[in-house]
Design a binder for this molecule. Structure first.
Ligand SMILES: [Zn+2]
Ligand SMILES: [Zn+2]
Length: 239
């Protein structure tokens, strides 16, 4: 660090990305971290019911098991997600991924053989935001558990309005219908071979799930390509 950077650091120490409190290090203050009430188990992706037996008993056609570290109504979680998605603060991915990883670590689920896949965003959204927030979270979670990360296998060739701007459940489902695809083969030397088959066991990661429509559509695409088990994980759920 040069002198100017040291001076800037002293003048403007870090802030808690959820409440704005001054911080000497890190991105989330202890009070906000403690205020988050973490979940313990998994849920039905359709109705949000807690599933004690790790099985979709109430809505057996949901093509994944839903895990969520907390509720979207939790002020700290929501502030962090807003900082990441709407204020485009990449640093907010760090505490969010850590919260998710700690939640996953306590699930009674064998993670062996799982491949971590982030829910992709469209090229237009990528240009607008500059990064895929789900990918930033997925990278850190994959690293935490030492699991392989595949960013290339699932793609979002179709751009639509953000789900957050649609209230109606059926309309949300309609809005993401047919949005995802296995990534098309890339041309050129030293490119990875085209994805023709999806991994058998997938940990599908997104920041928030509200209606489950995004997870359902992405999970269907993966299942059609050979995936057998999907644990869909969001940092926060609003179901
Ligand atoms: Zn705080
Ligand atoms: Zn259900």
């Amino acid at each position: 660090m040069d002198a100017a950077a040291i001076l800037l650091d002293a003048l403007f120490p870090g802030e808690c990305l959820a409440c704005g409190a001054h911080l000497l290090h890190g991105t989330l203050c202890d009070a906000c971290r403690m205020a988050i009430a973490p979940h313990r188990g998994v849920f039905c992706g359709a109705c949000g019911a807690a599933l004690p037996g790790l099985r979709n008993i109430c809505h057996p056609r949901v093509p994944y098991l839903l895990g969520a570290a907390g509720e979207y109504g939790d002020p700290s979680l929501r502030a962090l997600i807003h900082a990441l998605k709407f204020a485009r603060m990449r640093a907010a991915a760090e505490p969010l991924a850590d919260i998710l990883a700690h939640y996953i670590a306590r699930l009674p689920i064998d993670l062996k053989g799982m491949t971590v896949i982030p829910v992709p965003i469209s090229a237009a959204r990528m240009r607008e935001r500059g990064f895929n927030q789900a990918e930033l979270i997925a990278e850190r979670v994959a690293h935490f558990f030492g699991l392989p990360l595949m960013k290339e296998v699932l793609a979002r060739p179709v751009h639509r309005d953000p789900q957050s701007e649609i209230d109606d459940r059926a309309a949300r489902r309609q809005n993401v219908a047919g949005c995802y695809a296995l990534a098309p083969p890339r041309r050129g030397f030293l490119r990875p071979p085209p994805a023709t088959e999806a991994p058998r066991k997938v940990m599908l990661i997104d920041d928030v799930t509200t209606s489950g429509a995004t997870f359902t559509e992405a999970a269907r695409t993966l299942r059609a390509a050979g995936t057998k088990k999907i644990l869909a994980l969001a940092v926060a759920k609003a179901i």
